[in-house]
Design a protein around this ligand. Sequence first.
Ligand code: LLP
Length: 461
Amino acid sequence: MARSVPPGDFAGTSPVWLREPSDANALVPVLWPRTATKVDGLLHVGGMSVADVVANVNTPAYLLDEEDFRTRARAFRDGFADYDVYYAGKAFLSVAVARWVAEEGLCLDVCSDGELSVALRAGVEPARIGYHGNNKSAMELRRAVHEGVGRIIVDSFHEIERVADVAAQLGVRQPVMIRVTAGVEAHTHEFIATAHEDQKFGFSISSGDAYEAAKAVLTHASLDLRGLHSHIGSQIFDTSGWEVAARRVLALHAQIANELNHAMPELDLGGGFGIAYTTQDDPAEPADLAARITAIVEAECHALRIAKPHLSIEPGRAIVGSSMFTVYTVGTVKSVTLDGGASRTYVSVDGGMSDNIRPALYDADYSATLASRSSDATPVLARVVGKHCESGDIVVKHEFLPGDVAPGDLIAVPGTGAYGRSMASNYNHALRPPVVAVKDGEYRVIVRRETEDDLLATDMG
Ligand code: LLP
């Protein structure tokens, strides 16, 4: 029999940052879309009760607060006012979302032919699209150049030749940027300034490859070298990583201007701005980030005696991450005894690693709340798990949930907007959940739930 754990006595069974909440029903605002509230214990978003929405669309479902998404997009647009802001579609992309991005005045970063298809279907102006990828085929490049994609970020010597040929054949002078690795690896609260040359992306600055890439691009009349591009990582809170990267990238930028006599008009510093997944995260406002990053770039340009290039950034997670959450229905609950006698409550929901692979893939932390009622029961240390055939199928590793959580309850997990639906799979032949946009008391399914027919459509029998 598991002993009942006195409040606060969870040593060794949960991380130190996890605090037992004074009210397990309350929302922690930084984790949720701006319109999310609890009304008599019922989670609401976009002026709608979540229980009402899922009564129609079923669970699991991703709920996307359209107003919140647009507000975050505008905060980047206005905070980084002198920049071009490219929304990184890999975080989450659908036709509706691509349209919102364009309507809010942002550009769009795609990294595959499929993402380009969605952008074009949405009517995004090709000139406002940037195209990434370390292995774009000649066919993919031909399509991008033919459509008039505004910039292609080249990532290898092979690609430079490939895109130059395609552009020459099509009689186009294609704008390109060079993806460089600045030797900075940033993760969350830390960065390493000498690491991360050993990876597939970009041209190394320190080895001289990035300089050679600029030389190679400049030999082609069909290519227009716009600038350098550096992306240092994801879920970053500490701007010192960008500082070191900007210094190294701008030194190369100046070297290309001085030695190759080519002043590049632009510079892209990539994405990676962190969001709150749990109470331990404290993200900065876009305007603060902009002030810090701009100051770094200006100081460096001044020191190098070069004109400041036109800057761009590529936030994905920081726009869509907290705008969306996942709603699940609890199926089973069980308590297990841990070493030392404490207990952990396993709450199994009707989704899992097929709709959020991040805990299994990156050991990512999430939070959760009971969304369909309030409860006065004493909180218990809980683990929200999926219904897949793996013990690593965990949705939320550590959270306090009311001790009376039971089958039929709705559980909502915030922060799943980025790399949730976009990395979802059909593992165990799960049907991928819908994305439901909510706004002003109405909901709209913008990506429908998969059906059994979808699942079997490619199975030739
Ligand atoms: N720009 C480039 C060139 C990128 O490679 C990425 C992300 C971004 C922008 C957007 O980064 P964000 O602002 O969303 O952090 N699947 C992982 C993240 C992979 C990110 C890959 N590149 C995750 O779920 O954490």
